[in-house]
Structures are given as C-alpha cells and as structure tokens.
Ligand binder design. Structure first.
Ligand SMILES: *Cc1c(COP(=O)(O)O)cnc(C)c1O
Length: 361
C-alpha cells in the first residue's frame, strides 16, 4: 500500500494514524464483537465516546460553558439555512460580508428566510493583489440580528485573519479553517463547519452556539436543524451520523496528541510560509491574493502558461501528489494544506514544482 499526498479541498486528507485506528477497530469495536456503525446511538458505550468527542472539542477550542456544541447533519451548507432560521426572525435584517464563493452561497440561502440580507462589503483589488474591503468601509446595519462572514474562503484562498469588531453577534462559517489555530470562541455567536475539510467525513457538521441566542426560532425551521432541540437532546434528537461522530472524535484525540491548536497553528503557518515563499520566489507560478489576506489552509496558484495545467496535474499525480486541480469556477491549481497534511507533503509539492519549472520554464 502506498498513500499519496492528498491536497484535495474536501473531502480532504485525514491523519493516517486515525485511518489506521478506524481500520483496526472496524470489525470489532471496544471488544463488543461489532463495529461502531452497528450499535445504537443510545447505547452507553456509544454515548461515552460521543460525549468524549464533545469534551475533546471543547478542550481543544476552549469553548466557554455557555455555548452548545452540536453535531449535526447536512454539512456546511445545511447551516446556511439553519443559521437565519434559528437566530433571526422572518422580518429581520442580517449583515453578510461577501468575500468569495461560499459567502455568496450563504447570502443566497439567507435571503429565503429573512426580511433583508444586507451585504456590508466585498473583496477588492489593491496594489498588492486581491484583498477584502477594510472594516471602516463596511456598510453595517444598525439593527442586524447577526453579522455573518467566512474567515477562510476555500475556493479563493482568501482569509480574514482578524475577528471583525461589530455590534451584532458574529456568525462564522469555519468549514475550512476550524481547528487550524487557536481561536477566542467567546467573540462569536455561532461558529459552524462542515466536517470534511479539517475534521472528518462529509455530510456532517459542527455548530458551536451561544446559548443566549436561542429561544425564538422561525416556525419553518425543521426540528433536526433546531439548535435548541438538538442541544436539549445532546445532538441525538434524530439518529446522528454515528460513524462520522466517532471518526471526528478520533481526529480530536489526534489533535490533542499533536499538542492542540497552538501546535497546529504553528505548523500550519510554517507550511503556508514554505509554499507561498516558494511561489513568490518563482516567475513560473503566481498567487494573486494580497499577502495580508492569504489563507493558511487553501493555497491557489496559477501557472503563468495555463496550457501546461494538464501536464502539471498529470505529472503531479504520477509523483504521488493528488487533488491539486483548482475549483471549477477559478481554474489553475489549489493546494489545500489542512491540519492532516504533514510538512513533508508540502515539501514534496515544492520539490515537484521546482522540477516541473526546470523542465518547462
Ligand atoms: C466546503 C464548504 C462549505 C460547504 O460544505 P458542504 O458540507 O458541502 O455543504 C461551506 N462553506 C465553506 C467555507 C466550505 O469550504
């Protein structure tokens, strides 16, 4: 067996130790003679690991006690509709910062459920490249039920590294940067993430929700998406995705063993610095994002001569580097370097890029 370095944006690479552990335990879990997928979610053995996963996530992110940690279904996009229906009324005004493709999808979905979606700002071209409008320019509402943004735009590789200072509760789509570095959760009203980038299997989502925001959901809200109902039932109002929850728990355990988010943040910044450093030093590859707004998780890059794209991807695959094709909307390449991507993977990519440039430059 030989595993490749997988730079896919999502579903994305998982820690090899976690996969091996799941493999080992697949047929017989906890000495019970069955797999973790085949046991009731109400069974005390299962409830114990479900609770442990929640506790480990709380520990990793230092989640304050007045926040619920929910394990939900429907991925990241499920939360695009869950958020407005849970914490805004049908007549409410909500503020959205539009920084890329995922923000745009979130905005479109929110429009179905509230009176007014006010887009406060967007990206812009600056001398140094693509950037996000400065907060002083944002057109905030006086009465927004919440302020929504996506701190890491997965497709565009553009990130807002400072938590905005606004009066409304902040909702953040952290699908592609949750757990990538330490975070002050108390600054947020809701943090949510589809699991398949930095956590575990797809179709699964995590929402971290401040208790005080709950209480007046819209009547259209379906019960499985109702934060208050799911909180009361410990995310088991309906049968949860038990396998995804289990696997996410293994990832949390792995993250703790790596030294937690401080260590991950350091390693992630190191990986990103290596890759951007190389791209910037080359005339053959380009990244168009302003240095202040570059994602440390998703690194898009273009070949100056895009007729070489296909060859680049093919030869990269032959070298054991996969998942590098850019999003279908933007083209070019994208290397996603989430927590589970080792430094060695980034070094192998840079080596390949150098070789390819020598042969084709
Ligand atoms: C991938 C992604 C989503 C969508 O997640 P799904 O699980 O496919 O619904 C939403 N937001 C961001 C920032 C993403 O990267």
């Amino acid at each position: 067996m030989s595993r490749v370095f997988n730079f896919s944006a999502g579903p994305a690479t998982l820690p090899e130790e976690v996969l091996k552990r799941a493999q080992q335990e697949l047929l017989e879990w906890n000495g019970l003679g069955l797999s973790v997928m085949e046991i009731s979610h109400r069974d005390p053995e299962y409830v114990r690991i479900a609770q442990q996963a929640e506790q480990d996530l709380r520990d990793l992110m230092a989640v304050p006690d007045d926040y619920h940690v929910l394990f939900l279904q429907g991925g990241g996009r499920g939360q695009f509709s869950a958020v407005p229906q849970n914490i805004a009324g049908p007549e409410a005004t909500v503020d959205y910062l539009d920084t890329g493709i995922w923000s745009g999808y979130a905005i479109r979905e929110a429009k179905k459920f509230v009176g007014k979606v006010n887009v406060v700002g967007s990206t812009e071209q600056r001398a140094g490249g693509k950037a996000i409008m400065l907060p002083e320019q944002w057109q905030l509402s006086d009465n927004a039920a919440y302020f929504h943004y996506c701190p890491n735009e997965t497709v565009d590789g553009i990130a807002l590294h400072q938590i905005p200072e606004v009066n409304a509760p902040i909702v953040a789509d952290m699908s592609s940067n949750i757990l990538s570095e330490p975070l002050d959760v108390s600054k947020f009203g809701v943090i949510y993430a589809g699991a398949q980038k930095n956590i575990g299997p797809s179709g699964f989502a995590i929402a971290i929700v401040k208790q005080s925001l709950l209480g007046q959901p819209q009547s259209s809200l379906c019960s499985i998406m109702d934060y208050a109902i799911q909180a009361k039932d410990h995310s088991m109002y309906n049968t949860p995705n038990t396998f995804a929850w289990y696997l996410s728990g293994l990832v949390f355990e792995w993250l703790k063993a790596q030294g937690g988010l401080a260590a991950m943040g350091q390693q992630n910044r190191h990986k990103a610095a290596l890759l951007y450093g190389f791209i910037d030093s080359s005339e053959f590859y380009h990244n168009h994002v302003h240095t202040d707004y570059r994602s440390i998780m998703n690194v898009p890059f273009q070949l100056v001569d895009d007729s070489l794209d296909e060859r680049f991807l093919r030869e990269a695959r032959e070298a054991g580097l996969v998942g590098l094709k850019g999003h279908r909307f933007v083209g070019g390449m994208r290397a996603s370097i989430y927590n589970a991507m080792p430094v060695a993977g980034v070094e192998a990519l840079i080596d390949f890029m150098k070789t390819f440039e020598r042969a084709n430059g």
